[in-house]
Write a protein that binds this ligand. Structure first.
Ligand code: F6P
Length: 357
């Protein structure tokens, strides 16, 4: 049995992409006659026909490497069927290049957008497998995505380090954690880092409730407070607005990121000294944690198994401690938000952490 496998990484990068590529490659080489084509920069490379034949040695020494050896781009799903100024029919081009590469299947490592395009290509008749990466942990069909736990470790270390300087100065420190739609990373690192207040996109906050929590800590003799806020957090009023309306409202107020806004508002309301900290892309950089190396590897191995069985149109994921696969059509277009009754949300509340609501 011989298989020609195309691999691409698409969307924002995260630690574990290379470990996962290596997992697919090594498990394939060891099970069947394998040829791997590395597609450069995600779907952009598939559209442009930018790819190269990989050698087995290309997959050595990459387990611990952050980023992606294949490069990545954001190629928004919403534009996939839109013919732009370049006059390129992207779907047609991707199908033509798949054929030109003589692929038996295409393995797409990515987040929500990547899975939507993977599903589109599957519906167009290509043999596609999706692998779930993102620090946001918001992909449907899997309890956990690779990259998430490494980012939790990094964000937790940021909060730990902020703790000591916050305590020394008696300041209120507002740390902006990545996650525009889903607050998993903020919730987990907030709890792990001992944040006093955690604000998530899924639970709109009231700034007066946040101010009260800071005030109560001050009255209890705690001069400092740590707030972990997801970059996509919003107030109760903003949550009622349409996306465009909210953007206009924020532009009007000179919005400069959620952490800055909250720090300024707390200084005005409580009279504390506040600082905003934005670790940004540090949360996506560097080597994957041991957990993510393991997760990426088992996901990659599972993808190789699906290829061996010719089971395509699937998204790999984790259910409890079991690696599973779900039809791409069931995964695409859904976001796994933090549910209100998530165990971690309940635990945070039970610990006296304010969620701002
Ligand atoms: O999807 C991962 C993520 O890091 C989000 O948490 C964040 O909102 C976004 O990507 C940032 O995107 P970019 O890297 O394109 O600035």
């Amino acid at each position: 049995m011989k298989r020609r496998i195309g691999i691409l990484t698409s969307g924002g990068d995260c630690p574990g992409l290379n470990a996962c590529i290596r997992g697919v490659a090594r498990a394939s080489y060891s099970q069947f006659d394998t040829e791997i084509i590395g597609i450069q920069d995600g779907y952009a490379g598939l559209i442009a026909g930018d790819y190269k034949e990989m050698k087995q040695s290309d997959f050595s020494g990459i387990l611990t490497l952050g980023g992606t050896i294949l490069g990545t781009r954001r190629t928004p799903f919403r534009n996939m069927r839109v013919i732009g100024e370049d006059n390129v029919d992207k779907v047609k081009a991707m199908k033509a290049n798949y054929k030109k590469m003589k692929l038996d299947c295409l393995v797409c490592l990515g987040g929500n957008g990547t899975h939507k395009t993977a599903n589109l290509l599957s519906e167009e008749g290509l043999n596609v497998i999706g692998l779930p990466k993102t620090i946001d942990n918001d992909i449907w069909g899997t309890d956990v995505t690779f990259g998430f736990h490494t980012a939790v470790d990094i964000a937790t270390e940021v909060i730990d380090r902020i703790h000591t300087t916050a305590a020394s100065h008696g300041r209120c420190m507002v740390i902006e954690i990545m996650g525009n739609k889903a607050g998993w990373l903020t919730l987990y690192s907030g709890i792990a880092g001992g944040a006093d207040i955690i604000l998530l996109p899924e639970i709109p906050y009231d700034i007066d409730v946040v101010a009260d929590a800071v005030q109560r800590r001050a009255e209890a003799g705690k001069a400092f407070s740590i707030i972990a806020v997801a970059e996509g957090a919003m107030t109760v009023e903003e949550a009622k607005m349409k996306k465009k309306e909210r953007a206009a409202y924020r532009a009007e107020m000179g919005f400069n990121g959620i952490a800055n806004r909250i720090a300024n508002e707390l200084e005005a309301k409580v009279g504390v000294e506040a600082r905003a900290v934005v670790p940004g892309h540090v949360q996506r950089g560097g080597s994957p944690s041991a957990y993510d190396r393991m997760l990426s590897t088992v996901f990659g191995v599972h993808a190789a198994q699906l290829i061996a069985n010719e089971e395509y149109g699937m998204a790999v994921g984790m259910d409890g401690r079991k690696v599973i696969h779900t039809p791409l059509s069931e995964v695409a277009g859904k976001t796994k938000f933090v549910p209100e009754d998530a165990q971690a949300v309940k635990a945070a509340r039970a610990m006296g952490i304010s969620l701002g609501d």
